[in-house]
Design a binder for this molecule. Structure first.
Ligand SMILES: Nc1ncnc2c1ncn2[C@@H]1O[C@H](COP(=O)(O)OP(=O)(O)OP(=O)(O)O)[C@@H](O)[C@H]1O
Ligand SMILES: [Mg+2]
Length: 258
């Protein structure tokens, strides 16, 4: 079942086209990584899917609801971690998460259950009663994740979820994303190859607003094999990372040269 559907999405900022006719789907149980260099259009695509901005062309659906026609239903089904999470520095973490939970309509037992779940799974125990303004970058990112997950949405859109985290935190958050992925459709962005290889069932490579390739890593390597020397081995993570790096740089360089 496709929970995220992007249909020929385009976005222009004035005369500049940041996203050009992007189509893809993400189904329940899938983690899809959006890989692209700075300025590729990843955040713009995610803003469209989470109803922050309207596309100049094309359409998108979340759980069958059109992003423009039915934004309320879309928002109810989405947990969105923005690139720069708008956190309230004067609020304590627990106040802020409660505030978001109330806005999401969580009440009673369900509310306490979800609060204790995010407190534990997003690693917020230590900072639960601290003002957000006093938190390190990594902990702010965890609060951002907690607000995206509080209502246990079927769709997650995560813009660079591990940005600013230390290596141990990265492993924990990757584990968390994997654990919850069975019942959800997850689209996340990154420009870190290792991140994409470690988490994604499918990869979408985007550059200058266009999808250059998409599919499981093995398919991407197959598609790019005429241009790059890669030998994919499913058991060899380091090799897989190197291979994806070759595919990625080849696709990006290919575009620059042609
Ligand atoms: N509000 C805006 N007005 C004008 N141009 C914009 C606006 N937002 C983004 N852009 C431009 O659109 C392009 C895509 O930006 P976007 O933020 O989507 O890229 P990204 O892939 O998320 O990059 P990064 O990896 O650096 O986060 C960039 O060239 C950017 O400068
Ligand atoms: Mg971005």
């Amino acid at each position: 079942m496709d929970l995220i559907e992007a249909n020929e999405l385009s976005m222009s900022y004035g005369s500049f086209m940041a996203v050009k006719k992007c189509s893809f789907t993400v189904s329940k149980g899938e983690i899809v990584g959006l890989l692209g260099p700075n300025g590729a259009g990843k955040t713009t695509l995610m803003k469209i899917l989470s109803t922050q901005i309207a596309p100049t062309q094309g359409s998108a659906k979340i759980c069958g609801n059109d992003c423009e026609a039915n934004p309320k239903a879309v928002r109810a089904n989405i947990g969105y971690l923005p690139e720069h999470a708008p956190l309230y520095d004067d609020m304590e973490v627990r106040e802020y998460i409660n505030f978001v939970a109330n806005g999401r309509g969580l009440k009673g037992e369900w509310l306490s259950e979800r609060l204790s779940w995010v407190r534990k799974r997003c690693g917020l125990k230590k900072v639960w009663c601290k003002p957000i303004g006093e938190l390190s970058k990594g902990y702010r990112q965890r609060v951002g994740l907690a607000q995206a997950l509080i209502h246990d949405p079927p769709v997650l859109i995560l813009d660079e979820p591990t940005s600013g985290l230390d290596p141990l935190q990265i492993i924990e958050i990757r584990g968390l994303i994997k654990d919850i992925s069975k019942e959800k459709a997850i689209l996340y962005s990154s420009h870190i190859i290792q991140e994409i290889v470690a988490l994604s069932h499918r990869i979408i490579i985007i550059n200058e607003g266009e999808i250059k390739a998409s599919g499981p890593l093995s398919d991407l390597i197959e598609q790019a094999k005429d241009r790059v020397d890669v030998h994919f081995s499913i058991n060899d993570l380091e090799k897989a990372q190197n291979d994806l790096e070759s595919v990625f740089t080849s696709l990006i360089h290919y575009q620059i040269q042609h």
